[in-house]
Design a protein around this ligand. Sequence first.
Ligand SMILES: [Zn+2]
Length: 273
Amino acid sequence: MKIFISVDMEGISGIVDGSMVSSKQGDYAKGRKLMAEDVNAAIEGILSVNPKAEITICDAHGAMNNILPEDIKHKDAILVRGRPKPQSQMAGIDSSFDAAVFIGYHAKKGTQNGMMSHTYSGGNIESLHINGVEVGETAMNAGIAGYYGVPLVFVAGDIAVTKEAKEVNHDIETVAVKEAISRVAAKCIHPAKAREMIKQGVAKAIKKKVKPLIVGPPVIFDIRFTDAKKADAASFIPSAERVDGKTIRITHDDYVKAYHGFLAAIACATAFS
Ligand SMILES: [Zn+2]
């Protein structure tokens, strides 16, 4: 058994605002510890089902070097750190994995009562539609897993992202560790209890049969930026089509190549901001 874990930070137990998720903020050291502990709980859940399971963890937040390697208790786990990297928040996944698990995830930009809601790059992206459906990071990254035939079986985060995950596929097991009452405030379950819920939820999820999310072909990414200047810059990509003032379109038969076009578009937008 091989399990892939992608770990974002906004949906980690006990975290409610930028003070714990930005390396420039004073409580960041506490945030990265909380992040590692939610991952350790997921690993415990996996190992309770199969003590020999092979586990790869991908740090999927910000500079993607948040989890301190020694904070992962399971010595046989592989930790993918740093960025940029191919497949970004899903780096390390391939067709040898049996299931994907998302920890610390958050809802797409603009979601009411979505904990620190945004879509991949808060300052750049107004919305992302894939094949006509507006998605957040959960569906976008489930599509990468699905490209390799790997099902997303579990999502932990705030209540809003668990609802978003159920819209992707109702069979996905979810655990809500907090209820956001604004974008940057939440009713939080005690981390110890949240970790127990994650452990049990993951153990249940990896025993389920869930269908991988297969998108296209063709795969169409409609990327709407927060400003026309960003779309101007992103339209320098040879395959990009300009849809309107703030939107460009990337089309490819291969999901990961389309996704890499999305990453390149953000890099262009950021370079000129
Ligand atoms: Zn994040």
